[in-house]
Ligand binder design. Sequence first.
Ligand SMILES: [Zn+2]
Length: 217
Amino acid sequence: MNVVWRPTPNYRPGREGRPVTAIVDHVMAGGEVGPDAPPTGSALRSVHFSVLRDGAIHQYVEEADTAWHISAVERSRHPIPWLETPGSDVCATVNLSTIGIEHEGHPGEALTPAQFRSTVALHRHLLDRWAIPLDRDHILAHDRLTRRHGAGCPGPGFPWDGLFSALREYQFMDQERIRSALDSVLSVSAALSLLQSPYAEHLKGAVRAIREETGVY
Ligand SMILES: [Zn+2]
């Protein structure tokens, strides 16, 4: 997974001791966050990642820090078990507890194949790193929290079923076995490159392709 680091000043260091509990998926919807610009247009808006239509992933805020991608939460929206903390500022709690991912495009528009692959890889990485449960209370649509974005965010074009089935497949993969097999291939490739063999590059390319397809890094 290739991530381009494009830092924004719009974030809060740390998460006030809260764990990363969930991922919130958004669609940019022309202007919520520009397709290729760090989200600095509005002083208090930011997001951790954007996944662009060509599959590029841009990161603006460190995962361990708080981005401001949720500006309102309506309590009447579907209750979310981890969020029902009486008396807390719900909106702040969501930002402190989540990682936000924007997707270039409009509500109702399908992701491109490259964009789908990249967002699957990014979700896999986040589930692994933060031990986020794989269910719909922990991988959320922005509009599960508020109705403010008329057409919905990320909207009806977002491939929830495809995303969840790709993530479930990943959970059942023996990732350690794939990782150690790839490490063996890389050590053979290192030996071949000492011998200046052109096969070294072929093997490295094969490892890269398997990593991209499986999401195992
Ligand atoms: Zn949104």
